[in-house]
Design a protein around this ligand. Structure first.
Ligand code: ADP
Ligand code: MG
Length: 618
């Protein structure tokens, strides 16, 4: 097109598009929900701006916050239009030519190897999935601050942007015109589109309309019908005249089939979180999770909690435990601003970047909060400082931890042996068997980070802690179960840290404890060392690292005798090792077969901690 400015895609985008266009991926359906989700995001943005400035919405149809889908069977064009925020020329070049989000390379690689496109929406590249079904795409867009432009590309490494002088003015918003590939003809079927919207875009909070065709039978007078054909391009006013004449003359009529079009609403816009939890089915919660998390891998979330908080601060919330940790959940943990809750105020979407709603360690949860208490017409920055947020956060944490605790309690594997029989009898818990172990594998690290970060909930979080011990037989166990099994007279909870269970099992520190029948916890995750600096006690029990000073296991009268007998030896030994950073040499009863062992002082770094610190500085 003349006057079009040409651009090249960022290399990464080009690579992604190549993969998509050559993809043998069978589930091409996903493109529609990605485009609808973008339309919905754009509508959210303009609605948010309108909170403080009503004029941005414009007048008439332009002010209608809706999504429209239209088909042109003859030209094989599917178009999706919204009256959202739109894109300026600069936006078109930036948003549809480069990738903002990091981690895309990782995704591209993963997609190349697995062929799975289901998570494309999570990587901020959902738009390009449209090339699964189209070989040429036009994006027509009008932003309030700019004139209307057209972006177009055949996915051949380049795209063009032109001032739009030929299409109908959009008022505001974006129309995505997909020129469908020959093999994507099914997307020209209305029934297919209706089905897809029902399946994947049910929870979009704006009306989605389809320009649906309908066959109608009209009674038309024979004569007038003929004359109408002669007069090409009849207008509606003339048709009315025809009807009038029809009434007057009462001529013979004939039945004619006609195709008419009308906007058909495809979704039910009643927000799921406003409904009573009793009315919402499990399937609906699952589908809502998929749309919220942009995760269409069909996996069910592990658990959810839907509640209504009342009192000073009123809000409704739905929280989910995802089926899996996201690929980058624990990457750059302290530097990234991951917030997975969407904040609404009185049903208006405000932001999904509010990290004031949940602490970092709970950022693995997905969900939504809709508050009636927060003010609507203030800036995001002012909202961020609003005093109600603290209360909301506190309640959300409480509810989240309750949800996890209940999830653990439902797992028959989790129940202590004594109570186990009752649960097994019911036989309904097969599905729940081992579910907490699965949770622990995916998100156990978050619970540990929580113990480190959140002093006020430390005890609640410690209850959720799982680990293996010298007696757990390869299974996970909890502090409560450990305490139940403690030997008579045992005061402290014993643990040992190291790089693996196998290595720890051979540790001389365990010899005597095992012989005497004590249970010792294995902590083998690097984070465990930090964890145990914060977890000082649990239900009036103290923790004792068995490789550290201070281990007390029963009384042993022989120690006193031996101390006396070897007084000279220990004295000589201590003096000889003084230059080697050894504080003391002592007689003790902690060993069985090994003659001697190096023990860490109470507040010193364990050997394992030394190892971790060394690997971090390298
Ligand atoms: P994501 O939606 O995760 O950001 P996409 O690849 O789906 O990633 O879209 C890229 C960007 O293009 C969006 O962030 C948005 O800025 C812009 N965009 C896409 N579709 C629209 C639309 N219908 N209206 C306005 N902007 C859009
Ligand atoms: Mg998107």
């Amino acid at each position: 097109r003349s006057g079009a400015e040409k651009f090249e895609f960022q290399a990464e985008v080009s690579r992604l598009m190549d993969i998509i266009i050559n993809s043998l991926y069978s589930n091409k359906d996903i493109f529609l929900r990605e485009l609808i989700s973008n339309a919905s995001d754009a509508l959210d943005k303009i609605r948010f701006l309108a909170l403080t400035d009503k004029d941005v919405l414009g007048e008439g149809d332009t002010a209608k916050l809706e999504i429209q889908i239209k088909l042109d069977k003859a030209k094989k064009i599917l178009s999706i239009r919204d009256r959202g925020i739109g894109m300026s020329k600069e936006d078109l070049i930036k948003n549809l030519g480069t990738i903002a989000k990091s981690g895309t390379s990782a995704f591209v690689e993963k997609m190349q190897s697995s062929g799975d496109l289901n998570l494309i929406g999570q990587f901020g590249v959902g738009f390009y999935s449209a090339y699964l079904v189209a070989d040429y795409i036009e994006v027509i867009s009008k932003h309030n601050d700019d004139i209307q432009h057209v972006w177009e590309s055949k996915a051949d490494g380049k795209f063009a942007v032109s001032e739009d002088t030929w299409n109908e003015p959009l008022g505001r918003g974006t129309e995505i015109r997909l020129h469908l590939r020959d093999e994507a003809g099914e997307y020209l079927e209305e029934s297919k589109l209706k089905d897809l919207v029902k399946r994947y875009s049910e929870f979009i909070n704006f009306p989605i309309h389809l320009w649906a065709s309908k066959e109608v039978e009209n009674e038309v007078s024979v004569e007038e019908d003929e004359s109408a054909e002669e007069e090409t391009e009849t207008t509606s006013t003339e048709e009315e005249e025809v009807e009038e004449e029809d009434n007057e003359k009462k001529q013979k009529t004939k039945k004619v089939k006609e195709t008419v079009h009308e906007w058909e609403l495809l979704n039910d816009v009643k927000a799921i979180w406003l409904r009573s939890p009793k009315e919402v089915t499990e399937e609906e919660y699952t589908k809502f999770y998929h749309s919220l998390a942009k995760d269409f891998s069909e996996e069910k979330p592990m658990a959810w909690s839907h509640f209504n908080a009342e009192g000073d601060v009123e809000f409704k919330a739905v929280l989910y435990i995802p089926p899996k940790a996201s690929y980058d959940q624990y990457e750059r943990y302290y530097n990234s601003n991951k917030a997975n809750l969407k904040l609404y105020v009185r049903r208006v979407f405000i932001s999904d970047e509010f990290d004031e709603l949940l602490p970092k360690y709970l950022s693995f949860l997905k969900g939504l909060v809709d508050s009636d208490t927060l003010p609507l017409n203030v800036s995001r920055e002012m909202l961020q400082q609003h005093s109600s947020l603290k209360t909301i956060k506190k309640k959300l944490i409480r509810k989240a931890l309750d949800m996890i605790r209940k999830f653990a309690e439902e797992d028959p594997d989790e129940v202590h042996d004594d109570d186990k029989k009752d649960v097994e009898k019911s036989g309904e818990n097969d599905e729940k068997k081992g579910q907490y172990t699965k949770f622990w594998k995916e998100f156990g690290k978050s619970i540990k980070l929580g113990i480190i970060e959140d002093a006020s909930n430390r005890n609640r979080l410690a209850k959720l802690l799982r680990f293996e011990t010298t007696k757990s037989d390869g299974k996970l166990t909890s502090l409560d179960q450990y305490i139940k099994r403690m030997k008579k007279g045992q005061k402290d909870v014993f643990y040992i840290t190291g790089s693996s269970k196998e290595q720890l099992k051979k540790s001389p520190f365990l010899e005597r404890l095992i012989k005497k029948g004590y249970e010792v916890i294995f902590f083998t995750d690097p984070v465990d060392e930090y964890l145990m600096q914060y977890l000082m006690d649990y239900e009036d029990k103290k923790f004792q690292n068995v490789s550290k000073e201070g281990l007390k296991v029963g009384k042993d009268s022989k120690v006193k005798e031996l101390k006396e007998a070897f007084k000279e030896l220990t004295k000589w030994w201590k003096e000889s090792l003084a230059s080697e950073n050894v504080d003391d040499v002592k007689i003790s009863n902690r060993l069985a077969d090994t003659p001697c062992v190096v023990v860490t002082s109470k507040f010193g770094w364990s050997a394992n901690m030394e190892r971790i610190m060394q690997s971090q500085t390298l």
